[in-house]
Ligand binder design. Sequence first.
Ligand code: PRP
Ligand code: URA
Length: 213
Amino acid sequence: MIEVVCIEHPVASNLLVHLRNKRTTYYNFRQNLDRLSYILAVYCLAHLNGKKVKIDTPLSPAKGIITIDKVILVPVLRAGIGLVKGFLDLYPKAVVSHIGIYREESTLKPVRYYFKYPKFKNKKNLFTIVLDPMIATGGSMIDTINALKEIGLKNIFVASLLCAPEGINAISREFPGKNIKIRIFTFSIDKNLNKKGYIMPGLGDAGDRYFGT
Ligand code: PRP
Ligand code: URA
């Protein structure tokens, strides 16, 4: 079962305009993507579970809430690396578990070449967030979610900049049941995919633009 949250925020909107603009240099692209990662982090991490604690301020006893979940960030190489900064700055205790996938150019099918997720006996308080700026055909995200499902995860968050409706529909078809819950946070569901599998209007190739390749 999937839920899609389309974040509307004036600051995000400004930053997205810069990213979409083809005249933006790779170093400004990187800077603005880093900034957007903080906004995604705030929205995703709002769902962390907490417990009540008592502490003493210098003046008085006080009550508060601290988070109890173990956060695992799963950036999809390469472009997912661009979303890590905001999450780690706001939640330094997070573990980073990379997954390497690229789209084969002619078939657009995902090819997985790397995956390292830590071993946990108790999966109860794991809070897993997949980071990938682009969901186009949805193939890379489906492969990532299947890798996480295989290790027993049933509750997965996804942080993404832009999605194509085709990708969202494909993920929804792949995971229809209630045995897995996927929550996708994004800034926009764009118009469609072009013949080469690029999101339209999109922002081009996120990895190339972020890394300057
Ligand atoms: C991009 C992007 C996603 C994927 C989305 O990666 O970061 O992982 O394409 O496309 P899909 O939804 O059709 O699978 P890419 O394959 O370009 O690899 P890169 O990050 O190494 O450049
Ligand atoms: N990957 C990208 O980086 N951009 C797209 O538009 C589609 C896939």
